[in-house]
Design a protein around this ligand. Sequence first.
Ligand code: KG4
Ligand code: ZN
Length: 356
Amino acid sequence: MLVLGIETSCDETACAVVTDAVDPARRIVSHSLFSQMREHAPYGGVVPEIASRAHIEHLDGLVAESLTAAGLGLRDLDAIAATAGPGLIGGVMVGLMTAKTLAYATGKPLIAVNHLEGHALSVRLSEDVPFPYLLLLVSGGHCQFLIVDGVGRYRRLGTTIDDAAGEAFDKTAKLLGLGYPGGPAIERLAKQGNALRFSLPLPLKGRPGCDFSFSGLKTAVRLALESCGPAPTGQDKADLAASFQRTVMAVILDRARHAIAMFGDSHGVRGKYFVVAGGVAANAVLREGLVALAEEHGMRFTAPPMALCTDNGAMIAWAGLERFRLGMIDDLEAPARARWPLDAMAAARPFAGVKA
Ligand code: KG4
Ligand code: ZN
């Protein structure tokens, strides 16, 4: 089985062909990615209009590149998958429309993939992780805990009520005058800093449930920076980066403890997998903390390789393949969606621990 996948929901234009080989190491047949990071860097964040245009410019070439590298033609494919949301709507439309066109022209089935499902299932591309598992999806756009019960079967346990964790890293990096993306820059600088120097608030720590909140931290970082006077030194900034990182990690670990308890209530924890995915999963301090926490609860910890943690085409192709083998295909009317919760029920529930 061969599935082409297209990802254009944010600032990566990506495309891949995957297959259902028994050996996980042989499942990615080819993959191509154009990162728009340089286009967005001067603005300190992703500019939607620039992103849509860049997707239009690069996607055709990437599809051709993926097929050529795989030694395949469109006719060899079994299905064509694309992210249909959630994400920046202009970009989503570019990818989905391209996939629809290819599906229409070749008569192949279309699979409209939820980007979050791509992240949720990506670990099964690199490793045969059985259902159910607990997933922490932590990126620039998302910060949520999900129980993954099966393909198309997700229960969201908690999410952010304002910013995503990666967004908090990016905003803090901007305040500190570091480049974009902020996560890696802060992690690097934090190594030279005193994480105990600044005491920042721990949003929602100890509250019931496992929702997140990060927007207040940005204000706290700004105030802490101002407290250093008109010209903060390099050491001030390193100390602030380290204190910020320590705080975010403490919040995530506190929330993860609650998520594990919630997962345990319905599924038990012993021998089950705790999976982390998304760009922030690259953070070594976070990984260390989560490994220890999973171990403490008798859970097995794993994360997809870094290239599969951040946005990529293979995770969309793989989610498409998992859906396709269960007969879940879409028609050419499938809409592009800016918002598309994986767990529609959770989207309608008020946040735990926060008054509606
Ligand atoms: O998954 P991703 O590539 O894109 C989406 O947001 O979907 O995640 C990018 C985010 C950015 O906010 C970036 O600052 C953050 O992941 N990030 C990190 C690290 N590397 C990337 N955050 C903390 N520590 C890192 N080492
Ligand atoms: Zn993503």
